[in-house]
Design a binder for this molecule. Structure first.
Ligand SMILES: Cc1ncc(COP(=O)(O)O)c(C=O)c1O
Length: 365
């Protein structure tokens, strides 16, 4: 059982107003008839699935996209009766469960269909076309037509949608994107019947490319106020408002003497008298060892994490003595998820997804 640390001063704060603003701005940016589906997989990218889903719905999201069936079931369990699509592979054995819960699933090859036992009730499916991502999906027009023909023979499956996913939508250079898009249009155009929901856009595509020919967008990272990539920031149609901040408090403050060491391996050595603080957060919280050297902040003043990050604690160097209990921003403000991503040599998606269940989430606004 995962235990959440409500009795420890380390927490993630999620600003609902930021999520609402990001969705409303995107809604204004989209043509009226294009639905926004909130991508809430992976515990809403670490922001908390149920709370984010509630907030997204209030702000105009018309449904949800998740990666695995369990996430969809958790949304149903929480009382959401909206459209839900599982974008990842659902084992055939669970197609009946999806059908009973009115959860749409992704069909990405013919083998999944042939051999699927008759279902207790109708199952909505979205065909996934691999137009160049090379991940999940049907790789030719013929494969799509074959699936269409197979489904036409059955009374228990409806093709509700067709979709694809872009490999380079977060890049300013669009030639590969254009190729994928043209391929997708061609495949959709070749279908016997155009499904109700034709969709291709993740955040980057929804922000940067016209969606008038499509029926929905799958809005993920930018609903949380983060850019799909640093290079497209100048091209964004509106300012994104990051929703998540990660905080902790100093639990011990002490003065080191020259030659004193800090943390495992004694890798950090004080060169002069200096003030340090111990923070109750570590790699088990998702504040991983690679955060060593990262600058956290106190009232906007940056301070480095020194020595090795431990499982539950880490140490920062202070510019002066601070009182125990001083609030420290681990992620947020000048040390944003983007700055953290750059320090960790990764992407902002991973920064928020890393935050573990041990960290409680507090929702504001
Ligand atoms: C198929 C698919 N669509 C949409 C998204 C949402 O992407 P983003 O978070 O970049 O908006 C994802 C997320 O990885 C995805 O896998």
């Amino acid at each position: 059982m995962a235990v959440t640390g409500w009795h420890r001063p380390t927490w993630a704060e999620v600003d609902r107003a930021a999520i609402r603003a990001n969705i409303q701005n995107e809604r204004t940016h989209l043509p009226e008839n294009v639905a926004l589906f909130a991508v809430v997989k992976a515990d809403a990218y670490g922001h908390g699935m149920v709370e984010v889903a509630k907030t997204a719905k209030e702000a105009g999201a018309k449904g949800f996209c998740v990666a695995i069936l369990d996430e969809a079931l958790a949304l149903r369990e929480a009382g959401f009766d909206d459209f839900i699509l599982v974008m990842g592979a659902v084992p055939q054995a669970f197609a009946g469960v999806a059908a009973q819960k009115r959860i749409a699933v992704t069909v990405f090859d013919i083998e999944w269909l042939t051999g699927l036992a008759p279902l207790p009730t109708n199952l909505d499916v979205h065909l996934k076309v691999d137009t160049g991502m090379g991940r999940l999906g049907l790789r030719s027009m013929e494969a799509v037509r074959e699936i269409e023909a197979e489904i036409a023979k059955r009374e228990d499956i409806t093709i509700e949608g067709i979709f694809t996913h872009f490999a380079t939508a977060d890049q300013l250079e669009t030639s590969y994107f254009e190729k994928q898009l043209a391929c997708f249009r061609e495949v959709v155009g070749s279908m016997e019947v155009r499904p109700t929901l034709v969709h291709c856009a993740n955040s980057a595509t929804a922000l940067l490319h016209e969606q008038a020919d499509f029926d929905a967008v799958r809005f993920g990272i930018s609903m949380y106020g983060l850019t799909p990539s640093p290079e497209i920031v100048p091209a964004l149609p509106f300012e994104l408002r990051p929703a998540l901040s990660l905080y902790t408090e100093m639990v011990q403050v002490k003065e080191l003497m020259p030659g004193d060491h800090v943390s495992y391996g004694a890798t950090y050595e004080a060169e002069e008298r200096e003030w340090v603080a111990t923070l109750p957060v570590g790699y088990a919280d998702g504040f991983i060892r690679a955060y060593s050297g990262f600058q956290v902040s106190v009232d906007g003043v940056l301070m480095p994490v020194i020595g090795r990050v431990c499982m539950d604690q880490c140490i920062i160097k202070l510019p002066r003595e601070y009182p125990v209990g001083t609030k420290v921003t681990l992620i947020g403000g000048p040390n944003s998820a983007d700055v953290a991503a750059s320090h960790l040599n990764t992407i902002n998606y991973e920064i928020t997804c890393l935050i573990s269940e041990r960290v409680p989430k507090k929702y504001i606004n």
